[in-house]
Write a protein that binds this ligand. Sequence first.
Ligand code: ZN
Length: 457
Amino acid sequence: MNPYISQKIVYPLLFSLRREPFYADIEKLRKFQWQDQATITERQLDKFRTVAAAGICSFDFYKRIVAEHEVSVKDMQTLDDLKRWPIMNKSELNRSVSELRRKKALPAHTVRMTGGSSGDPCLVLADRLTTSISVAARALFQEWYGIGVGDRQIRLWGRPLSTGYYREQLKGFILNRIRLDSLALGKDCFNNTFKQIINFGADYLYGYASLIALFIDTLNDEQLVMLRGGLKAAISTSETMSDDQRMKLFSRLGRPIVDEYGCSEIDIISFSCPEGGRHTAAENVLVEVVRTGDEPEGFGRTVVTDLNNTLMPVIRYCVGDLVPLDRPVCHCGRGWPCIGPVLGRIQNQFIELEGGVRRVHSQFIVYMLEGLFDKGWGIRSFQIVQEDFDLIVVKVVPQEGRAIDCEELRKILAAEGCRALGPNTRWRVDLVEKDELEIAASYKFQHFVSRISAREN
Ligand SMILES: [Zn+2]
């Protein structure tokens, strides 16, 4: 679709139908990004108190926290005061969603679901105003690179097998994007995929670092020139791109390689500016870097508070990623505080098939497990292990007091999974304890472990 039509008709209609004040939000953010840090911190603390008050008013979970830790909203006057408020983890977040779902009538909301890099499925319900300002923050960040709302996006992403083909196509048409996964980037169909991309006319690439790298590596010089035509940037998300990988991609693509960091519970946490500073989306999220005990020297965990979501407050929630304790300063003039690069999301996420000839991104299995969690399967955590070219083992930790039928789960995964991996792949499900899941050398839990790439290294 022509971006002009998308920008002037489709998106305004979409925001209006969803009653999201997107245009007012982005206007506000355009100004706020340049404010000084003291003004920004003051507003963040004010918003923190509003969200915390909403939590205490509506949730037994937060009432209990306040009573047990003897904290009060009005005491939260400085960033230092926040340290007295306890840090919450994923299972506590799940407890508050169960409480929310017991309420009779919920206002219009968006469901934010996560499993991704953490392996622990979890849900957050975000009200419409929160969703609107999240979308506005993403749009503002992209504006830094000349990307407008409705510009044509090539999405290099994992593929949810359960989502219907036509639904995906329709969504892609409305949002002016095409979605490609590692199957579409395979050698057999790459030329057709590339033709599709050029006909579409990409304004920017958006997706997993590993898929962007795979895509760009596959292009020959002539194809690179064709792609570069209208391309403004490549935005890498979900996985951390190493500096080497970024430099290599930049030298081939000749366009900015941008680093987006976020989590589904909150949406975008930070985005790199043209000067390279990873600015946090300070109007939406208060980001702290906190040592919780087991971090390597000089590192802490990302702890976030959603500053807008009063429907389901997410307060001092530990995302689990490791980032440097030192907060860098960017000299571009934007006041939104920065954070250092995330350690530990650099991982090989590809399933190797046919002796290493074919590769498929492991994210589609995460989508399958998230879907089962949503249908009520008592999955607390999971990890996917490729033991051999033809053997996938899914380790599952059941929720407390819940039983999981391994054979039934295996059948479901095998039936859906063979569409991506082929009929000869064997599947096994192992029920394990949480501490039997493997932690990578980078201290970060990885949802996917490959014995094959470990052998090769
Ligand atoms: Zn900057």
